[in-house]
Write a protein that binds this ligand. Structure first.
Ligand SMILES: Nc1ncnc2c1ncn2[C@@H]1O[C@H](COP(=O)(O)OP(=O)(O)OP(=O)(O)O)[C@@H](O)[C@H]1O
Length: 606
């Protein structure tokens, strides 16, 4: 049955490639099938597809809504037009120069944009678009001012001068290439890292993913594509002026992505086709902005996932680039995987040492002079009533918070973390009190994204789907399967994580943390919400991990579980350590019972 299913899905994959090839062939035949009016419209769609595929990377995958990309198109268009009209350089050289300048300007704008984040992010891009538009109007010597640049020559290749037909074919070829590149990227560790950062910055950082690196890569690539599309448009049209790169153009670009479906490979194609044809069909040139506003409102209200995203949902499967052409092939489960943890240190030595840790939140003193050490290969539990400071301590160890006072050392070396991702790379992984799986990613991808910090190939390898990228991807996929075997996950690994029952989410989150190859694993209430059977499975897993040499710090409220699994227990109350010792001693200590139950209940019980 399974092999029938796989055969069917493989057929479906081949059918998709064949259909795409037929559509491209039909589009390539268009110059001989239609008049110049429609060919011009198709050409416009192509230039939008190139820019908006880059913007889709930014909006749909990185979660950055740029409303200033018209400024980057203008950069490519003006630099290439200036160089070809003033210096007589060939289109191929000036287009490259336009792309490079867009990359430089895009990089300059990406830095403050990514650093600012949140609502300021889009405001910076709007300001950028407005500034560029002003520059185009006022810098006469370079831009020709309000009159723009005219007489821009058509590209030439080996003595052949391009006309509308060949420009259209060039745009078609570039659009197809760009769509393939983005599809490749989405299926790589870079694509997974981008989506992880967009969904949950903190969880992504806890896997060693540096937000700036992945978002900058997305911004830079989108800037290059905007520059390229600007250069192609300028040389096809022979004339450009500031009017082409108005604020309205930036809004139109965002609308194309959202209408088509942000985060879907084909979204920009569908969005651009509708937004180019619709005003023509409705003869609404003067009311174009009002029409865009109406469409934006309708899409956000009725189709928040855009046309392709919604169609994918309705069809019951994803039309996204990452949708696999078949389920992961049937494989033998392998729950004994010590090779995954070959680097773990020898037991007995001190793994982590905390000395006089203090943490304040304004007037609240959440941690007061916390000191204890954690032995390698041990399960060290942190217990204490609600608000005692357990999670705060885990946040300090994992680098999410920095301590106001005190020192930490890992394997005898001072742990002076600057960020969560730095700490992960030093060999500390964590889970969170409430599940933070990435819902847009599948179960398998959630585990694979845990390897993105250490095992990500170069951006160019990911874009081009090189043999090295394919090799690395296979290794990561195999490791992810082994980790899912290890946690005893029996369900569908290609299912989106959003559909997992809660207990499974917690276990998959542990597999994801293990994918970062830690020596020390921090678990914040992993058994919360689990059934008794699932807690039993968790217990077995933790025993196996410590047998492989991992050290575990566990926050848990299930005291019988803590008693069974822990080598050492530290009890916190009001941010202070009230004791560290063997579980049977600590959990029966009157101070601990009092901290949990409160003095009055203890007295009443006595
Ligand atoms: N980011 C923060 N800003 C302000 N106060 C905080 C912050 N994080 C924690 N606190 C406060 O610090 C104290 C300790 O909280 P913490 O979450 O560490 O306790 P806990 O022992 O993990 O509790 P629980 O078992 O309920 O999770 C609480 O009073 C909490 O409100």
């Amino acid at each position: 049955m399974n092999s029938f299913l796989q055969l069917g899905l493989r057929y479906r994959g081949t059918a998709a490639v064949t259909s795409a090839a037929i559509i491209v062939a039909l589009l390539a035949a268009c110059p001989w099938l239609m008049d110049t009016y429609y060919l011009n419209l198709l050409f416009m769609i192509g230039t939008f597809v190139i820019t908006c595929t880059g913007m889709n990377l930014l909006i749909g995958y990185c979660g950055i809504v740029s409303i200033g990309h018209a400024g980057l198109m203008a950069t490519g268009a003006y630099v290439s037009s200036y160089l070809s009209t003033q210096a007589g350089l060939s289109f191929w050289v000036v287009a490259l120069a336009g792309m490079l300048m867009s990359l430089v300007i895009g990089s300059l704008i990406a830095i403050p944009t990514i650093k600012a984040g949140g609502v300021y992010l889009s405001m910076i891009t709007i300001a950028f678009g407005v500034v560029i538009h002003e520059v185009l109007i006022r810098w006469d010597a370079f831009t020709g001012g309000p009159l723009g640049i005219s007489g821009i020559p058509k590209p030439e290749l080996g003595g052949y001068r391009f006309d509308l037909k060949s420009m259209y074919l060039l745009v078609l070829a570039v659009s197809v290439l760009v769509l393939v590149l983005i599809r490749n990227l989405r299926r790589s560790a870079w694509g997974r890292a981008m989506i992880a950062t967009k969904e949950n910055e903190i969880a992504a950082a806890s896997l060693g993913i540096r937000k700036f690196a992945v978002q900058y890569a997305g911004f830079a690539f989108s800037a290059v594509l905007a520059g390229l599309s600007g250069a192609i448009y300028a040389h096809a049209n022979s004339f450009i002026s500031p009017d082409t790169y108005h604020f309205q153009t930036s809004v139109q670009l965002v609308l194309i992505v959202i209408l088509g479906g942000a985060g879907t490979v084909l979204g920009p194609v569908v969005g651009a086709t509708i937004l180019v044809f619709l005003p023509e069909l409705l003869q609404m040139e003067k009311l174009r902005m009002a029409l865009y506003g109406g469409i934006m409102f309708a899409v956000l209200f009725f189709l928040p996932k855009g046309i392709v995203g919604t169609a994918g949902q309705l069809l019951g499967r994803k039309i996204r680039g990452y949708a696999k052409t078949g389920p992961s092939p049937a494989r033998e489960r392998n729950s004994e995987t010590p090779q995954l943890f070959a680097h773990a240190s020898s037991s007995g030595a001190v793994m982590l040492e905390l000395n006089g840790i203090h943490k304040h939140f304004g007037g609240l003193h959440a941690l007061k002079d916390v000191s204890f050490s954690v032995a390698t290969g041990a399960v060290h539990s942190l217990v204490g009533p609600n608000g005692a400071g357990k999670t705060t301590l885990l946040n300090v160890i994992s680098g999410l918070y920095s301590a106001n006072q005190g020192t930490l050392s890992l394997r005898g070396k001072s742990l002076n973390p600057r960020s969560l991702s730095d700490v992960t790379m030093l060999g500390i992984a964590r889970t969170f009190q409430h599940s933070r799986l990435f819902k847009e990613l599948t179960v398998l991808e959630n585990v694979m994204v845990g390897m993105a910090g250490r095992r990500r190939v170069g951006f160019a390898h990911a874009l081009l789907h090189t043999p090295k990228q394919r090799r690395d991807e296979r290794v990561m996929e195999e490791r992810a399967h082994l980790l899912l075997d290890l946690i005893g996950y029996e369900g569908d690994r290609d299912m989106p994580a959003s559909q997992l029952p809660y207990g499974h989410q917690r276990m998959v989150e542990i597999a994801r943390a293990l994918a970062t190859e830690p020596d020390l694993l921090l678990l914040d209430e992993p058994a919360a919400g689990m059934t008794a059977a699932e807690i039993g499975q968790l217990e077995q897993l933790l025993r196996k991990l410590t047998a492989y040499g991992l050290t575990i710090i566990l926050i848990e409220h299930h005291m019988d579980f803590v008693q069974r699994i822990s080598d050492t227990v530290t009890v916190l109350d009001f941010g202070k350590v009230i004791g560290t010792g063997k579980p049977e001693e600590m959990l029966t200590d009157p101070r601990v019972i009092q901290a949990y139950l409160g003095a009055e209940e203890v007295a009443a019980g006595a």
